[in-house]
Design a protein around this ligand. Structure first.
Ligand code: 0PR
Length: 367
């Protein structure tokens, strides 16, 4: 026992934990304590067999209702999934089955999970180029629309720049084609920016053509990993991704996963209910304040952002992106590099404080 615990403790110390204040390249939050507590307490239930766990299932339904309301979805359907990857794959699975078609139109900035989706589902992923603002070029989208398109997807908060595609315009172009919005990161940022008058635009189910949307509570939701959510506009879509499950407590098993963790649901429930809209607003406000501080400090040492940051993801142009990333890595600072345009990229999560930013920019200046 002692030996095992020693090894576990050693492993934990090797990890670049957020509290060490050196990670500026992760989109994951350090989960709130209450999320961790309830994640552990609910580790037994398997939501793949919901009938055995009516209590946990009730929590899932209530939380899905709350997040649906936040995303302006009424009379829809939703489920906890493993994360943005599973949500993107599932959305494309629905689109393919509903349409019987195989082409996906996605912006060049889409997360790499879309490549997995296309490969697994034997679909064809067509990259739509970006504008100078690094959002999907709607003229190029119009030109690419044809009778073979199964789905159009757009991103509300791109992984590399935090950019938001013009979703209302995209919806007009996509017309009756299935439209999926990947709000894995931005879904728990944009509503609160809107509350504070810091951002304006249509990106969720307020846009009539949006059929599905994904949002991850393990990113800006302050919940434990994995806490992905997939929302569907029409509960009838569920038929296209469910199979008979005769020996379970429910007659049909819905979605990609069999076993689904309940700890994530309980943890996310605890944190969403205790933080509430006000709590999240405050978190986003602080992250944006620190993002502006980072832009300022970076400006002082000669770095300009690729786009004015909309959310707490920001990239700075440099031709030495990979070299800088590697050098900072050697010093223990974890950032990522962007290939197009060449840039270094940071995510200003709540653990990225002004002190962390000062230390980071000092180290960067020295190389
Ligand atoms: N969609 C978007 C817009 C994303 O940014 C991501 C992940 C996904 C989908 C996929 O989500 P899951 O990874 O939950 O399936 N973005 C981060 C990335 O790939 C995920 C991440 C987070 C990676 C923390 C590393 C890390 O330390 O960069």
């Amino acid at each position: 026992m002692e030996e095992v615990e020693r090894r576990l403790s050693d492993a934990l110390h090797r990890d670049f934990l957020f509290e060490k204040g050196r990670v500026l390249g992760s989109m994951c939050s350090k989960p709130e304590e209450i999320a961790v507590k309830y994640h552990a307490l609910f580790s037994e239930a398997n939501l793949g067999n919901r009938g055995l766990y009516p209590g946990t299932a009730m929590l899932e339904d209530e939380l899905i209702a709350d997040i649906s309301e936040l995303m302006h979805l009424r009379d829809g359907w939703g489920q906890f999934v493993g994360g943005g990857t599973e949500a993107n794959i599932t959305a494309m699975w629905i689109a393919r089955n509903l349409s019987g078609k195989r082409k996906i139109l996605a912006p060049e900035s889409a997360h790499f999970s879309m490549r997995k989706a296309a490969d697994l589902l034997a679909m064809e992923l067509v990259d739509i180029p970006l504008t100078e603002e690094y959002v999907m070029d709607t003229d190029a989208l119009s030109a690419a629309m044809d009778d073979d398109v199964a789905a159009v997807m757009a991103v509300a908060g791109t992984t590399e720049l935090g950019a938001v595609d013009p979703i209302a315009e995209i919806s007009d172009i996509a017309e009756d084609t299935f439209l999926h919005v990947d709000a894995a990161f931005g879904g728990m940022v944009l509503p609160f920016l809107e509350d504070m008058g810091m951002w304006k635009g249509d990106w969720d189910f307020r846009v009539e053509g949006v059929d599905s949307l994904s949002v991850d509570l393990h990113k800006m939701g302050m919940a434990t990993v994995p806490s992905g959510i997939l929302l569907l506009k029409d509960r009838r879509y569920v038929d296209s991704i469910s199979v008979e499950s005769p020996y379970l407590t429910t007659k049909r098993n819905i979605g990609l996963a069999g076993t689904r963790p309940s700890g994530s649901v309980a943890g996310a429930y605890a944190v969403v209910k205790t933080l509430g809209r006000e709590g999240y607003r405050e978190i986003v406000r602080k992250c944006m304040e620190n993002t502006r501080y980072l832009v300022e400090r970076m400006g002082e040492i000669g770095y300009e952002p690729v786009i004015e940051p909309i959310m707490n993801v920001v990239a700075f142009r440099t031709d030495r992106a990979e070299e800088i990333r590697a050098k900072m890595d050697e010093m223990g600072w974890k950032i990522s590099s962007v290939r197009k345009p060449p840039a270094i990229r940071m995510v200003v999560m709540p653990y990225v404080t002004k002190e962390v930013i000062d230390g980071f920019t000092e180290a960067l200046h020295g190389i």
